[in-house]
Ligand binder design. Structure first.
Ligand SMILES: *Cc1c(COP(=O)(O)O)cnc(C)c1O
Length: 378
């Protein structure tokens, strides 16, 4: 039998983005909204599907109506907005247009993995300026790296995923003033942090701001995101993007959600209340260190994190995100702010797991390790 020729050498060191289909009663692993679209939007969407989406026709490549709506809401022109198949597609478009062989992307790990993955996939060098132990950005180190390496793209997630921390506006302005490279401020969690760099776009044409419908808008399954940027930047991106990546259904559904965006305010307020419950609940547990968050998720550190993650899933059917193998995030787990009921279930499960750890420690055993040595033999 013939064998398949090797793909590009860059792929050898890449692992697929975690897309495991793990089933659980309580899913708090992907920073999604705990609620589907509100019924009134679903009704309108059903009506539109039946009466005016021509599925037999190619979509409008630039999603003109949605684009105009988002531009107006942000005090911009349609030429300053690009819609993508999720924010992820736009990140890739930026790397395709400003990265490539001989070019460099600077990011600040631990952070969103896609920046580094897209860079490596396109032969773009990745320059990492690690965050401090409390996950704040090391401004001096960033400015030194910018001066010395002159990167072509600088990416900062604000708030940062998976740490939940924000970089101060003054730091971002200092970075903007130090370079003419693309500075991507990823505001995927803007609706929760309520802080944006949008007001600085006029003074800084190389500042680009990314947002998404996947988090506060309950539309992770739809795949829609948008970029706010100078019209010249958008014009370059339209050269590399897939022309029909944002389909007709997505344009209509995202448009309905955006037009009715006030209805999502309740969900954002609910998430903030539940985030407080989560921060206090985890903060009160001995053996758990919890980090502050401006987003709809919380990062915490606990001994034997991967074993705790497994116990949550296997014994309590609660799925969260194990980030403990990421450099800088040793023993860290990330939990999404779910509904009140989901958070209560997660906290009760954590209480039980931590209590059994303490009980086992009392008998001089490593609780989780002891339990799992039994389990592994099953
Ligand atoms: C979720 C997320 C995105 C975008 O997600 P999409 O679903 O592709 O829109 C971008 N950046 C960060 C940091 C995120 O957490």
């Amino acid at each position: 039998m013939k064998r398949v020729r090797s793909p590009r050498p860059e792929l050898e060191h890449l692992t697929p983005y975690e897309a495991k289909d793990v089933r659980a009663d309580v899913v708090l692993s992907a920073n999604e909204s705990p609620h589907n679209l509100p019924g009134e939007i679903l009704d309108k969407l059903a009506d539109r599907v039946r009466h005016d989406i021509a599925f037999n026709r190619y979509p409008d490549p630039l999603a003109t109506r949605l684009r105009a709506m988002i531009a107006e809401a942000n005090g911009l022109e349609p030429a300053n907005v690009l819609i993508g198949n999720g924010g992820d597609e736009i990140i890739m478009d930026l790397v395709l247009a400003w990265g490539g062989p001989g070019r460099t992307l600077l990011d600040m790990p631990p952070t969103f993995a896609m920046y580094g993955i897209d860079a490596r996939m396109t032969g773009t060098a990745v320059l990492e300026v690690p965050r401090r132990p409390d996950f704040t950005v090391d401004e001096e180190a960033v400015l030194t790296a910018v001066a010395e390496a002159d990167p072509d793209i600088i990416v900062i997630a604000n708030p940062n995923n998976p740490t939940g921390t924000m970089a101060p506006e003054t730091l971002l302005i200092d970075v903007l003033e130090a370079t003419d490279a693309i500075v991507l401020v990823d505001e995927a969690y803007f609706e929760f942090s309520r802080q944006t760099m949008r007001p600085h776009m006029e003074r800084h044409p190389h500042l680009v701001v990314l947002r998404t419908f996947s988090k506060a808008f309950s539309l992770a399954g739809l795949r829609a995101g948008y970029l706010l940027a100078h019209e010249d930047v958008i014009a370059e991106l339209t050269k590399v993007r897939q022309p029909y990546s944002v389909n007709r259904f997505t344009q209509v559904a995202a448009g309905l959600a955006f037009r009715e965006r006030v209805v999502f305010e309740a969900g954002v307020r609910e998430a903030m209340r539940n985030r407080d419950t989560l921060l206090h609940g985890l903060g009160a547990m001995t053996g758990v260190e919890v980090f502050p968050s401006e987003a709809n998720f919380v990062l915490f550190r606990v001994d034997h994190a991967s074993a705790v993650w497994r116990d949550l899933l296997h014994d309590h059917s609660v799925l969260i995100r194990d980030v403990s193998r990421t450099p800088g995030l040793e023993d860290c787990l990330r939990v999404t702010v779910g509904s009140e009921e989901e958070i209560a279930r997660f906290l009760a499960a954590m209480d039980e797991i931590m209590a059994s750890k303490r009980a086992a420690a009392h008998f001089g055993m490593n609780a989780v390790a002891a339990r799992h040595s039994g389990k592994d033999g099953e």
